[in-house]
Structure formats: structure tokens, C-alpha cells
Design a protein around this ligand. Sequence first.
Ligand code: ARG
Length: 468
Amino acid sequence: MSVDSKQPSGKMWGGRFSETTAASVEAFSASIHYDARLYRHDIMGSKAHARMLARQGLISLDESEAIVRGLTEIEGEIERGEFVFKPELEDIHMNIEKALTDRIGPAGAKLHTARSRNDQVNLDFRLYLRDEADVLDHLLGEVQRSFTRRARKYLGTIMPGYTHLQRAQPVLVSHHLLAYVEMFQRDRDRLTGCRQRINIMPLGAAAMAGTGLPIDRQSVAEELGFAAITANSMDTTGDRDFALELLFCLNLVQLHLSRLAEELVLWSTKEFEFIRIGDRYCTGSSIMPQKKNPDIPELIRGKTGRVTGALMGLLMTVKGLPLTYNRDLQEDKEPVFDALDTVKASLAITAELLDNTEFNVDRLRSATVGGFMTATDLADYLVRRNMPFRQAHGVVGRIVALCQERDCELVDLTLAELQGFSELIEADIFAVLSVEGSVNSRVSAGGTAGVRVAEALEKAEQFLGIPR
Ligand code: ARG
């Protein structure tokens, strides 16, 4: 006979209740349909807790071994899809504890000694998110590798660089691609920092005030691989900063993916024709036979909305909560799970998408003609000959106006015509006005010159472990 069936409510917490819980309340408050995914981490945490209870003499060694064995069996059942989750048991913690007690008897009923679901759920969530942070880091590395392989393949190819989506200055395609490697590196660094704050052990805060039983929190932290234990039991049970911070990290990842997605959508239009996305990664139209649509980048861009919604939602859930635990906090998991699923799927498909995207080298090169993209180079040329930059800016502006009037390019003007604007201009100006000359002149650290980009590429390849 199970421990709780003696109670009219049928609940593990039901001692003081004389009526059973309303079915509507059970349905409204259950979280098992989404927190079941914490099962491995719940079991991992419970095993460490049971072992500590035995070390501290709070339960016997036999009892702790029975608990650990029972939990291992339950884990196997869940993994094999044999475990029956019961909504009336609310959440993953109760479902597992009840199954354990049914299985091993009174020892199971000792597992919750010196523990509350308030610190237990915090522990489970931290353990789960710590693993997810590692998965994200791996996926981000894969995306960086895809970018880096493209950057190697198209090294030397020139394209227009844009500001305000107007042609600005010629750049190497590889420089553009490596910009994303930087963004995703910052995302990885940010996640590393977030992981450090996730990786603090909350168990022992109990309901919120700590416990009078002689527990050893430090040893639980060590067994579970935590770097430290939380310092204040009240802060611990009410804290979801680690989840919010992870959501923010996820938001920046998805934001970066969305900016890329927007570029892929633009670049695959007839108007740009900069890239060709492989057929396997595009879709057709049900009415227009000629269409080939970039639905995958569009979806990545679109999913940014729900990831942002998850962050906003949890911020609002936590806002205004008095210390410490409140049931509102149960609303923390769904947005985080959804954001994680969305960002992981987006990262995985982005890596594939990039591997199946080719650049139209000729089209990129021809897009650098027209638009006076080397005008800044002409100004810099004058600066090197000691003209103040503001004055040079004005001179070049007037030269551009003349070209526009004549519908010609800067290089189409004669030396004499150019010298009419400034006697500082000499025959070597034409090398400066060429697109290749412009790109290769930008040797400043972090610039687009071939030498700098080759260095950056090698650095990325080395860091990401890409064999040359
Ligand atoms: N399912 C709950 C949650 O996710 C677990 C903690 C419940 N604690 C409580 N005192 N009702 O937050």
C-alpha cells in the first residue's frame, strides 16, 4: 500500500486536507506535460541528495542504495517509454517520488528529507540548462565552422559592402562571412559566462529558510559538478535570473541568425542574385511554377519573434513576485524550453543551409561597379598628400557629382579632369580607384584587405579546429 493512499486527498502533501483536489485544479496546475523532460536531471539530483543523506547519517546506507537503485530503474522505464506520467501528481518531482515509494516502500518516503520542491526544481532546472548551454556551444561552433568553410572557399571574391543598404565600399565576401563568426563567438562567450552563473548548487535552501537537519551541501555540489553552492536560501528559491539570462543569450543568437536570414533572403532575389541556395533547402509555390522560395531563412527570421516573446514573458512573470518561491515560477519552463528548441533547430538548419549555399562570384564582382564605391579611397589619397579630410571629402563629392552628370565612373575621368579638382592628384590615382586596389589598401587591423582577411581566416580555422 502506498504511503499517500491513506490520505483522503490522495496527495503526497495531503495530510491536512479533508477533501480531494478538484479535477479542474489538477488540470490547471499540472506541469508534468512539459516538466517531464527534466526527468534525468531530477533523478541525478535525487541520487546525489540520497547519498548525502546517508553520509550524514540521516538515512541508512541500505536506504540510500535502495533509493539509487529504484531511481535507476525508473529512469530506464522513462527512457523506454514504459513509465506512466500522472497529471494528478502535478509535476516530474512528484511523479518520480511516488513511483519510487511505490517501488521500494518506506525508504522512498525518506528521499525528500531536508528538501523541498522549491529547491529541487531550481536544482533540476540548473542541471538541465547547464547541459543545454553545452549543446548550444557545440551548435554555435558548427555554424561558425560552416561560415569559415565558405570564407575559405570564396577567399579573394569581392562584393559590395553596404551601409543603409546602399553600396558603400568594396569588401571581400570572406570578410562579410567572418563577421558572423565574430558574432557567434560573442554568443559563445556570453553563454560561457551564463553557464558559470547557472552552475551554482541550490539544494539545501529547502522551502526557503534552509534546514535544521545536518546536511552537507558542499558534497552534493561536488558530486553534481557544481562550482559552488548558493549563498542565501531565500534568494535561491525565488531566483530565476539564470533562466532569464540564458533566454537573453538565446535571444542574441536568434537575432544574429535572423540578420543572416535577412541577408540570405535578399541575396537570393533576382534583384541581388548574389547567392544560390541549393534546391534541397528551398521550397516551391503551389500556384506559381517558376518560384523557388527561401522559406528556411524566412522561418529562422520569423522564429525570432517567439524567442523574444519567451524572454519578455518570463521577465513579466518574475516582475513583482515577492520573495521567495511563488507558484508563478512554474511558468518559467515552457518559454525556456520553447526558446531552446527553436534556437537549437535554427542553428542546426543554418549550418546545413550555409553548406548548401554558393556565391555568384561574377555577379558579386559586377555589383561593385557603379555606385562610386572607391570614393573614400580617393579622399584618403588626398589625405595622404596632406589635404585635411573634410576638404578632401568636399573635393571628392564634387568629382562624384560630375560623374553623375556624365553617367560615368570615377575611373572614366581623365587625369587632367581629376587634376582640375586638385593638383595633388597624380597618375597613380587609377590604381587607387580600382575595386581591388581599394580592398587591398584596407590593411588596418580588422580591415578587409586580403592579408588581414587571410590572417583572420587562419585564426578562425585554427580556433575552430578546421584542417587546412
Ligand atoms: N512544479 C513546481 C514548479 O515547477 C515545483 C515546485 C512546487 N513547489 C510548491 N511549493 N508548490 O515550480
